[in-house]
Design a protein around this ligand. Sequence first.
Ligand SMILES: *Cc1c(COP(=O)(O)O)cnc(C)c1O
Length: 397
Amino acid sequence: MKLENTGFGTKAVHAGQEIDPATGALLAPMHMTATYCWTPEMRERYLSGDKEGIFTYGRSRNPTQNELQEKIAALENAERCLVTASGMAAISLAVLACAQTGDHIIAHKTLYSGTFKLFDQLFEEFKIDITYVDDFEEQTIAKAVRPNTKLLYAETIFNPTMGVLDIEKFVGAAKKFEIMSMLDSTFTTPYLIRPLEYGVDVVVHSTTKYINGHGDLIGGATVGNAKFIDKIRASIYQKLGPVPSPFSCWLMLRGLKTLHLRMRAHCENAMAVAKWLEGQPQIESVIYPGLPSHPDYVLAKKLYGDVGYGGMLSFVVKGGTQAATKFCDNLEIAKYCVSLGDCDTMVQQPPLMTHGMLSKEVREKMGIKDGLVRLSVGIEDASDIISSLEGAIAAIH
Ligand SMILES: *Cc1c(COP(=O)(O)O)cnc(C)c1O
């Protein structure tokens, strides 16, 4: 089926999917095999340079991975996608394809903790320099840029403080100083925003989160133009070997069919929960980009107002760590864990969990108060999520 002019939901269901020619199966079978046997005819064709449809070894690629890459590329409106065994693999490969020893990267100061550790610890050993910035205003980047700057890096929505990146400024700075731009769009997914359409060069995802959406695997994806993605695939990807299992790819193909439905439900539920929490006297503040009280609300409305503000929100419980912990322990519907983007509502305490290794002083500078709780709002009924929250608030005292 031709998909160029179809809507997002139609692409989510159909892109990358072809009826299996061998059996007529609607969904192509996955192949749990490490290697692929060649006939003499295939050998001849391969050696003559015609490699179309010929697989060799499972570390290079697998057919289910190809299908998944086609689906994600269609959803992101990208030329190409490469899926990997984890989000961190996608980020590491993509960044290392831009910057090596002696190079310099400019990154936003608020990053996913794994990305921060990659930049701050491993890249330090690799002698790749990083400058962290508060924003991507032209003056800020003019001060930070060096002759060896190879990359601008940021996330669409910052975690756990839910700040919103000004994508137009980010792209503007990249173009002005002629530097590659790379954006982690895990929190937003192509349903909420397609950064390549704004002129971002490369988008990375932890597909572990909303893209798969069901909490049953770890995965990553990089999307961009054919030249960049093919360069990664041909070199660093083959050498480091973070290939995803065909089974993970198969599950992600299944998960993606409902991305639009899930994201709509996440956004609606998160908005209902955020509004309700804002009216509770025991809650000091609610941080959700869709609330007019959010410092980036005007920007968020411009970028996300037509589709929704995502499923992630944070709030501060009055009474510090003790009250927040009691709240979490009594939040019946939510699982207490560090991931996000699943059908299930999940709750975590950034000052104890994801940001527990930082000192209280550093945390407070980042806007992470002791009573901060992060909620990944699931797709259960909003009324049930809210009554659970009500019960957990009542249990504090
Ligand atoms: C989880 C996450 C990652 C890392 O992905 P993994 O799949 O856990 O390797 C990167 N960026 C963001 C924003 C994430 O939430």
